[in-house]
Every structure is written in structure tokens, then in C-alpha cells.
Write a protein that binds this ligand. Structure first.
Ligand SMILES: [Zn+2]
Length: 404
């Protein structure tokens, strides 16, 4: 019996496996859509048994991941990262707002690959490519995916070319070069880097990333749902994440839908997605939809910001093509989009340094400051459990770390 199949989200056409999916250029042969999801024949009753283990990576959930043979796993111990309770945030909510809530931090800076939220996706991708004989790959990235994929694809012996926006920081460029992979620093913003990557793919026949809905990325990141269940024993009521493209919320939604028939207690948390005021097109699109009462087609109405002037290069998606997919998930979850001030990030980063003696990267701090914004907007209630997904450490943000 085959373990998994790929199903077109638009028309339901079934694609046998990744080998076929890559051969048809990652598009549905019937309707042309690139939005597909994985379905498994695995026994979901066995999933809960895994919650009692102490795994050293997300590959603990191998039976629910689209890889046939364990020998193809490329891993640096990523994904089974600790969830910590940060009581100084609980104290703050109680003292300042009289709200008693539980606050947990999902420590993506402790991932074994490149200390970011992207390590699980890179591990999944490198393993799937190895299994399916892919030797070359390319994508556009704002930074974290670029470094993670260079490290993991190098280990898998795959030639990798990455296109980055001109605002990318130098530490990221150096790290990719250290893996002897190819990096092209584009002459424009992230949208322009994406255009260059698409041309490279077309002209050279090199496989390209399927973007934020790429089933490889989504399947890796959906294991967050399993980890929340394993470590917290339940889903959080509120999930906070800084958002650039939106693979995180898309993946949590997929993970919940995948197992909720077997585990009805697994529910979609309220999604609170955070952007900094210097690049917040999703926030603007959302606020507009709220103001107009979510008219028909609201999800297709969002601004595009050319050359966003932000120092948080990881969160510099000015043209958020995923808004039509992400916004309905946020709406379904009764969540919201939150805007925080880039000018205040250093203060929040210093608070974490003082309270926990750790230094996180700027995108993590965007998410972290979203907690305070949510409190200020009365969006956290008594008795709720809040999970803050901090996406990255400060290893490739030396200037930011120095300023802290
Ligand atoms: Zn289709």
C-alpha cells in the first residue's frame, strides 16, 4: 500500500507521488493549479502514542510525512524544540490588565540546523529531493529559507541557487557562500528576486520552490500541531506568529484538518499574525476588510508595497500573494492581524535579554511584541493559553544583537 498521495486542492485530481509531481512541474495536470495537499493511508490511532516519546527531531512523525524510506532523511535535529513557559509575560498580563493567562514560547532558535523556523522545511525538502533524484534546486528567499536550504541541500549533495532581495543582510550572504552554494543578490526587493528565480527556473529547467503552499514546506511545518499536543497536551487558544508569506498558519490549518476526525479535541487556535509597521500589507488588507464587514472577495483586496523600507529583511514581503489563502484561515479561527512598531523592537529584545538572558532575531521580536499589542487591544482573555512562535535566533543579525 502506498503511504501518501498528492491531491489538487482545486479539482481533486490525484497525483501519485512527488516523482510525478515534479515531472508535471508541480501543477495539476487537469486544472493547472499549484495548490495541492498530501493525504496519507497511515494509521492515525498511532499518532498519540508518539506523544509519550522525547523525540530529537520532527522525523518522529515519519509515518505522517511524505517520505517512503527513512534512509533518505537529511536531518540536523530540528523540529522537536522546547516549548517554554515565560512567567514574566504572565505576570505582566496579570499586573497591567488583570488577565490570567498561560504564555508559552516555541523556541525555533533552538533548531539544530540554522536556528530558525525554516529548518524543518529544509530538512523535509532535502530528504524528498534525495528520495526522488533531484540534483538541482532554486528559490527566492528573504533570508532564513535561503540559509536553511543551503545547509540542508548541501548535505544532500544538491546544487542550490538562491535569489535574495537587495535588503538581505551580509551575515546571510556569508553563510550561504560558506556552503559553496550559489546566491544572487538581486537589484530590487523580494518581488523582484522572485521574478529572477522564476526566469532561472524557466531558462534552465531547474526545479523551483512551490512557494508558501508548497506541500513539502506545509507537511514539515504541520508537525507543529503534533508538537503542541505532545508538549502542552492540548492546542493553545491563541497562536502568535510574525508573518511574511504565511506557511506557518497554512500548515497549522492543514495539520488540524488532517487529524481532527481522529482527535476532535484538536482545534484551530485563534491566529494572531503580526507584521511590523514598515512592511504590513496583510495588516492593511485585513483592517480594510474589517472596516467593510468582509465583503465578497475581500481576500483578494490587499495592497502591494514596493521596496518596503524595513530592517527586518526576513519580513519584507511587500506583495503578499498568499493573503487570499491566509486571511480566510485567520477569519475562520476568529483571529486577527496585528501591527507593531519597528522602532520599538530593540526595547522588547532587551526585555527578553534581561528576563531570560537570550538574544533573539528581529523577526522573533516582531512576533513577541505582538503579544503586548494583543493585550493592549483586549484580545487575550482570562484563562487562555497563548503560544508565541519565535521564528529565529540572532546568529545572522549581528548588528541587531550588538545593538541589544
Ligand atoms: Zn486540479
Amino acid at each position: 500500500m502506498k503511504k501518501y498521495q498528492i491531491v489538487c486542492k482545486k479539482c481533486g485530481t490525484v497525483i501519485d507521488n512527488f516523482k510525478e509531481w515534479f515531472a508535471i512541474n508541480q501543477k495539476c495536470p487537469k486544472c493547472g493549479s499549484n495548490h495541492a495537499e498530501i493525504e496519507y493511508t497511515s494509521d492515525y490511532s498511532k499518532l498519540k502514542d508518539l506523544y509519550h516519546d522525547t523525540p530529537d527531531s520532527f522525523w518522529e512523525y515519519f509515518d505522517f510525512l511524505p517520505l517512503e524510506n527513512r534512509e533518505n532523511i537529511i536531518s540536523y535535529k530540528e523540529g522537536a524544540i522546547p516549548i517554554e513557559e515565560w512567567d514574566f509575560l504572565e505576570d505582566y498580563a496579570s499586573r497591567k490588565y488583570g488577565i490570567n493567562c498561560k504564555v508559552y514560547i516555541y523556541r525555533n532558535d533552538l533548531n539544530g540546523g540554522t536556528n530558525t523556523f525554516k529548518d524543518v522545511a529544509a530538512s523535509m525538502a532535502a530528504s524528498v529531493f534525495k528520495e526522488n533524484g533531484i540534483s538541482k534546486y532554486c528559490l527566492a528567499s528573504t533570508g532564513n529559507t535561503a540559509t536553511a536550504y543551503s545547509k540542508y541541500l548541501t548535505k544532500a549533495g544538491i546544487e542550490f541557487t538562491v535569489f535574495v532581495p537587495n535588503c538581505v543582510n551580509q551575515d546571510t550572504v556569508e553563510e550561504i557562500k560558506s556552503h559553496h552554494q550559489h546566491i544572487v543578490v538581486s537589484d530590487g526587493d523580494y518581488s523582484y528576486a522572485k521574478k529572477l528565480a522564476a526566469e532561472f527556473h524557466k531558462n534552465n529547467g531547474v526545479l523551483i520552490s512551490g512557494g508558501n503552499i508548497d506541500p513539502i514546506r506545509v507537511e514539515a511545518k504541520k508537525t507543529m500541531v503534533f508538537e503542541f499536543m505532545r508538549q502542552l497536551g492540548k492546542m493553545p487558544d491563541i497562536y502568535l506568529q510574525a508573518v511574511s508569506g504565511g506557511t506557518g498558519p497554512i500548515s497549522i490549518d492543514k495539520g488540524v484538518r488532517e487529524i481532527k476526525n481522529f482527535y476532535p479535541e484538536v482545534k484551530l487556535p485563534k491566529m494572531f499574525l503580526v507584521q511590523q509597521d514598515t512592511c504590513n500589507p496583510m495588516v492593511q488588507g485585513w483592517n480594510n476588510a474589517v472596516k467593510n464587514g468582509f465583503p465578497e472577495g475581500y481576500e483578494k483586496d490587499y495592497p502591494a508595497i514596493d521596496n518596503p523600507q524595513t530592517k527586518v529583511s526576513i519580513l519584507s514581503t511587500g506583495n503578499p500573494g498568499m493573503f487570499p489563502i491566509v486571511a480566510p484561515i485567520v477569519k475562520k479561527s476568529n483571529g486577527t492581524f496585528l501591527c507593531v512598531k519597528e522602532s520599538e523592537l530593540l526595547d522588547y529584545a532587551r526585555m527578553i535579554k534581561k528576563e531570560r538572558n537570550i538574544i533573539l532575531g528581529p523577526a522573533s521580536i516582531v512576533c513577541f511584541s505582538g503579544f503586548f499589542e494583543a493585550l493592549a487591544q483586549n484580545k487575550i482573555e482570562n484563562g487562555q493559553t497563548v503560544l508565541i512562535n519565535t521564528g529565529e535566533g540572532a546568529a545572522r543579525s549581528k548588528d541587531f544583537a550588538q545593538a541589544i
